[in-house]
Design a protein around this ligand. Structure first.
Ligand code: TGC
Ligand code: FAD
Length: 393
């Protein structure tokens, strides 16, 4: 293969031909933004374990928050495939940057759009879409991660407000959030969703330190001590776990696409390195064992692209089932993680340094394998779908 041909192999099956002009324009605009705003700084922010907060506004400007939500509600008015390709390009830069957009768009704007009153939608969505407010999503608790149905956070009726008590754990963006979408149990035992302003008395969001993964993303707890949540801030209709799980379906869909970006960045770097690095008098890309790694990488990326393209087509028709989304999230995250590990080997010792993006992607992907439903939880969702038997109960 001539060196000049190498980039065409990133789209081995011509998946671009299946995308519309709007998809390609959105993708290329985000790709350019990532190249100019994320790539030059991300390694340093990750090393310092610092969130590049200035990017929140830039993400809004490129339409990364809620691309498939209506424009009138702060979204981009595009389809689900456009949302997917945007997530792919963000995660080519860094999973933490994609996380910023996933949380704001799918886990904060989407539940407000779908479940809040018209008044609350008007109050919050335009500012969230413009990056003027930052939101977070509180579902996971210290003792209830994979099993959110067991949550202990509660709300108690107190006249014109509910009193919220409890704690949430591992919450992306919580220490810097202006508001949180929180899920807690009411006095009838039903799970309810609500918008909690971060300046409410009794609300705190301590940062979680010591992460070796998603270091450019800020993560914290949420602690509620008799927080008064006005009744109009509580989602009026939705009850039960399907409220938060419907938001997770949106975010998991975005992750299935997103991780293809991380995989492509690792593959791209490995391919380039294999053609430049010489050992035993020839490029290491000329050795069969290196070619095996690269050939398997592009095969797996191509399969993941086709899976996502089809999932996007189903989602655009409103037909992507939660189980289909689980299959894609699970398959594609492990695919990306394995590619990062193989790419690291191709880079030899250089692969462990910050000269290349590989270790950062690899460490990030360990979180992505776990959040939004762990690898094994998604396997059990597929298992339940094909057998009709529920392994969780
Ligand atoms: P189960 O009885 O199966 O379901 C309860 C109700 O929910 C409905 N449902 C869904 N609806 C929409 N989308 C989905 N994906 C849905 N999955 C289930 C279901 O039909 C039912 O509806 P109804 O009308 O009958 O009430 O619930 P279960 O308690 O048995 O739980 C099943 C299980 C284990 C699959 C679920 O709890 C689960 O998915 N656990 C994983 C938890 C998880 O993913 N947590 C993620 C937290 S948020 C996060 O990680 C953000 S990372 C952010 C970043 O990008 O930085
Ligand atoms: P556990 O549920 O304790 O699981 C531990 C292990 O047990 C896993 O391997 C799991 O697969 C396995 N396991 C559990 N149940 C079963 C079973 N039935 N069968 C077989 N194996 C099982 N949450 C939010 O609400 N909002 C956020 O913004 C958010 N952001 C996050 C950011 C980061 C950086 C991280 C690390 C997590 C984030 N999470 C967030 C939480 C995330 O969703 C949870 O970590 C995840 O759902 C798993 O929960 P857990 O960590 O408590 O693990």
């Amino acid at each position: 293969m001539a060196k000049t041909d190498q980039y065409k192999h990133h789209d081995y099956y011509g998946v671009d031909e299946l995308l519309s002009e709007e998809h390609l324009l959105a993708r290329d605009a985000v790709r350019d933004w990532v190249k100019s705003e994320v790539t030059p700084i991300i390694e340093e922010y990750a090393e310092r374990a610092e969130c590049p907060k200035h990017l929140f506004k830039g993400l809004a400007e490129i339409g990364a928050y809620g691309p498939s939500l209506p424009v009138a509600y702060g979204g981009g008015g595009m389809d689900e495939t456009a949302y997917g390709v945007i997530m792919q390009e963000l995660e080519r830069g860094d999973s933490g940057i994609r996380s910023m957009a996933s949380v704001q768009g799918s886990l904060v704007m989407y539940p407000i759009y779908r479940y809040a009153s018209e008044e609350q939608k008007k109050k919050y969505l335009p500012k969230l879409g413009a990056g003027e407010l930052i939101g977070c999503f509180g579902l996971t608790e210290p003792d209830h991660g994979s099993n959110p149905a067991g949550m202990l956070s509660t709300i108690r009726d107190d006249g014109d407000a509910y009193i919220l008590n409890g704690a949430k754990m591992w919450i992306t963006n919580s220490p810097i959030a202006d508001l949180a979408v929180v899920w807690a149990r009411d006095e009838e035992g039903k799970i309810r969703g609500m918008i909690v302003d971060a300046d409410s008395p009794g609300f705190s969001a301590p940062e979680i330190h010591g992460k070796w993964s998603l270091r450019a993303s800020i993560t914290g707890e949420l602690v509620f001590e008799d927080v008064r949540v006005p009744k109009h801030q509580v989602f009026p209709e939705v009850r039960g776990l399907k409220g938060p799980l419907s938001c997770l379906s949106k975010a998991r869909y975005g992750i299935a696409w997103g991780v293809i970006g991380a995989a492509l960045d690792c593959y791209d770097s490995a391919l380039r390195y294999s053609l430049e690095r010489e050992q035993f008098g020839k490029p290491i890309g000329g050795f069969q064992l290196t070619q095996k790694k690269l050939a398997e990488m592009i095969t797996e990326i191509t399969k993941a692209q086709l899976l996502c393209w089809r999932l996007g087509t189903l989602a655009d028709k409103g037909q992507a089932s939660p189980a289909q989304i689980s299959m894609a999230k699970r398959n594609n995250v492990l695919m990306a993680l394995e590619i990062a590990r193989e790419a690291r080997q191709i880079h030899g010792g250089m692969g462990i340094t910050n000269e290349y993006p590989i270790m950062r992607h690899m460490m990030n992907l360990e979180t992505v394998l776990t959040y939004e439903g762990t690898h094994d939880i998604h396997l059990l969702i597929t298992g339940m779908d094909v057998t009709g038997l529920n392994a969780f109960k």
